[in-house]
Design a binder for this molecule. Structure first.
Ligand SMILES: CC(C)(COP(=O)(O)OP(=O)(O)OC[C@H]1O[C@@H](n2cnc3c(N)ncnc32)[C@H](O)[C@@H]1OP(=O)(O)O)[C@@H](O)C(=O)NCCC(=O)NCCS
Length: 249
């Protein structure tokens, strides 16, 4: 079944995810002033300091809201108050729950674009998620030349012009989800990873190196968060039980 046919459930999950489960949460970041105040109280001093470093107030607010919701979602699984969670960061900036805090090996990743945030939560697995608002005001061709494989560039050039931005962001979100699952940053050679070959619902990105290529052990799947957006999730292992939830405050 294609994921666009699935419902984003509003009912709160009745049980904790099993070891093979992945919960994907979708949230809207436009919230009332009261809710913004409530969410901001969950953030740590370093998160609030980071928020203040954003130049635009709208970016500060989005960061605070997305982090506040992240804390509420993770707090549900752990049975903790959202303000009690502590994060650690890899050298590439990937946030994880602090290892010394008895967090049951809960793994997560998040992404935000315009009014949406997506969160992926699972146990003991590499996980990455990405969402992008579709737009055609960016130099798609030039970005593709720098970050896409030759096969991906060929597919983009062949497709009807009015579908090009959609395909571009589908590839882009697959790549970012893949890179984020690995915990790498933008320094990863994205043009060495081909995400154009879907196998059923799942896709194993192919890592190209010289004459050789090898399939990654990560699987990528497209998500359909709403009109005008592209999104993808990358996880370790293909036999996963993924479910979709819409977060309501
Ligand atoms: C991770 C990255 C690809 C995300 O880019 P993006 O599409 O602009 O942003 P998204 O909204 O999809 O994701 C941002 C979220 O991903 C998470 N994240 C940050 N770095 C990450 C990484 N290396 N891997 C996985 N997830 C990461 C964070 O939760 C972040 O949300 P936050 O605003 O709450 O902190 C990009 O920021 C990047 O490459 N960062 C790494 C930079 C780096 O290598 N720094 C090294 C130290 S100098």
């Amino acid at each position: 079944m294609r994921t666009e046919q699935l419902q984003w459930c509003t009912k709160i999950p009745g049980e904790l995810i099993n070891s093979n489960g992945v919960h994907v949460w979708r949230a809207f970041l436009d919230v009332s002033t009261d809710e913004f105040e409530r969410l901001s109280r969950f953030l740590s001093a370093d998160e609030l300091a980071r928020a203040r470093r954003f130049h635009f107030e709208s970016d500060q607010k989005r960061f605070i809201i997305a982090r506040g919701i992240l804390r509420k979602i993770l707090g549900r699984y752990l049975g903790w108050s959202p303000d009690k969670l502590r994060f650690e960061y890899t050298s590439h900036g990937k946030p994880m729950l602090a290892t010394d805090a008895g967090n049951d090996n809960l793994c997560f990743n998040l992404s935000h674009s315009a009014a949406f945030a997506l969160y992926a939560v699972t146990y003991n697995k590499k996980i990455g998620i990405d969402i992008e608002r579709l737009r055609d005001d960016v130099a798609l061709g030039q970005i593709a030349q720098n970050f896409f494989s030759q096969g991906e560039i060929n597919s983009l050039e062949k497709i009807n012009k009015n579908k090009r931005a959609g395909l571009f962001f589908q590839y882009w979100t697959r790549k970012e989800a893949f890179v984020k699952a690995m915990g790498e940053g933008i320094s990863f050679p994205m043009n060495q990873c081909d995400v154009s070959l879907l196998n059923g619902n799942f896709l194993s990105p192919v890592i190209l190196s010289g004459e050789n290529s090898e399939s990654s052990c990560l699987h990528v799947q497209d998500l359909f968060p709403g009109d005008g957006y592209a999104a993808a999730i990358a996880t370790e292992g293909g036999d996963l039980d993924i479910s979709w939830w819409h977060y309501s405050l």
